[in-house]
Design a protein. Structure first.
Length: 369
């Protein structure tokens, strides 16, 4: 086979992009032109309505309608034309082409609405989004974050449940989980992460970080995972670029596991033989603060009828209350799982311990039957 020509595939991509832009750009421009003509025509019709029918039928501030749609549909310069036309109509009405009188408050209201509409147009133009596309992107981001929490299919006798809830009922949050199976499905590796902030403000950082950490799982040795995550966060240089995390690697054949932590609340291990929940305390510094940090690890074994509980601080932390008290409350609720069974336990624990918390919450319940 001959060697590929330099720039062959790249050249094809560039040509495809060029012709795609040639096809889509005229359609976009024609759509904007049609919207501009329609909105200007509506403005003129409203002006004629003021002049010949009267403000009783056509209130003078009805020019707000084309102004708002101009901000939603048009780029800033074109939207400014519609806004200017609206002001011209109101001024002419005030000067006597109709039978109404325009009050200063009406001018102020039109100016405020026009400013908001123009700002929307500027923001949308800066992002390169058409109307509705911004909302669609937010929906896609939310769905992608939720998909990150899906656990891989586990072998028989192994079960896992994940529950994520954002602060204030928001669709976005800073808590997420990434997981994968390695060694031909014999090893489960996962990380539960709590990004600084909460709700929407932490959602974008969580999305970016979840993609990066998801790529690290299975790509770096498990004992180096938190070190690699820490280095990545430091490179981002975010203003609030820190996060806590707990990393779990478990052999699904033997049940032996390794838990390491970066400033995260401790994991909890339920031993079926003794019927007790025990805290698994692994120490480590928060991610994104200091370079070259080492992260401690604790090893254990999950036998038949055992369970492991991972969670974020939103589940156990309350301002003004010691964290240990929150963990005790969680363990008290977890006692009820022993008699009722672990299935559905993650959601029950979240609702029992922190149903209306002001922080993002996440919980993972892993058990072996």
């Amino acid at each position: 086979m001959g060697s590929p020509q330099p720039g062959g595939r790249l050249g094809e991509l560039k040509r495809a992009r060029f012709w795609l832009s040639r096809v889509t750009a005229p359609e976009s421009n024609r759509g904007r032109a049609r919207a501009l003509v329609a909105l200007l025509a509506l403005t003129v019709l409203l002006a004629l309505g003021y002049a010949y029918i009267g403000v009783g039928t056509f209130p003078v501030l009805s020019v707000i309608v084309p102004v708002v749609f101009g901000g939603l549909l048009l780029p800033p310069r074109t939207a400014a034309v519609v806004i200017a036309a609206g002001f011209v109509v109101v001024v002419l009405e005030d000067l006597g082409i109709g039978d109404g009188v325009v009050h200063p408050g009406q001018y102020a209201l039109l100016a405020i609405v026009s400013g908001i509409a123009l700002q929307q147009s500027v923001d949308r133009e800066r992002l390169g989004l058409s109307i509705g596309r911004g909302e669609q992107m937010l929906i896609e981001l939310r769905d992608r974050l939720q998909l990150q929490g899906d656990m891989p299919a586990l072998p028989p006798a192994w079960h896992a449940e994940v529950e994520l809830k954002s602060a204030g009922g928001s669709s976005f949050g800073g808590d997420f989980i990434v997981s994968t199976l390695t060694d031909c499905g014999k090893t489960l590796e996962l990380a539960l992460v709590d990004v600084s902030g909460k709700g929407v403000e932490a959602g974008t950082r969580a999305l970016m970080l979840s993609g990066a950490l998801g790529g690290l799982l299975g790509s770096v040795p498990p004992h180096r995972f938190l070190e690699a995550a820490n280095s990545y966060l430091l490179r981002q240089e975010w203003d609030e670029g820190f996060a806590t995390a707990v990393h779990l690697t478990i052999d699904l054949t033997s049940g032996k596991y390794r838990v390491s932590s970066a400033g995260h609340p401790p994991a909890v291990h339920y031993a079926g033989g003794s019927g007790r929940w025990e805290v698994v305390e692994a120490e480590g510094t928060v991610l994104g603060l200091l370079a070259g940090e080492q992260f401690g690890a604790v090893e254990g074994e999950l036998g038949p009828y055992d369970a492991l509980l991972l969670y974020t601080d939103g589940l156990v932390e309350v301002p003004g209350r010691d964290l240990a008290l929150g963990i005790d409350k969680l363990l008290g609720s977890a006692e009820h799982l022993i008699s009722r069974g672990f299935e559905g336990g993650a959601l029950r624990l979240l609702n029992d311990v922190a149903p209306e918390a002001t922080d993002d919450r996440a919980i993972l319940l892993l058990w072996r039957s």
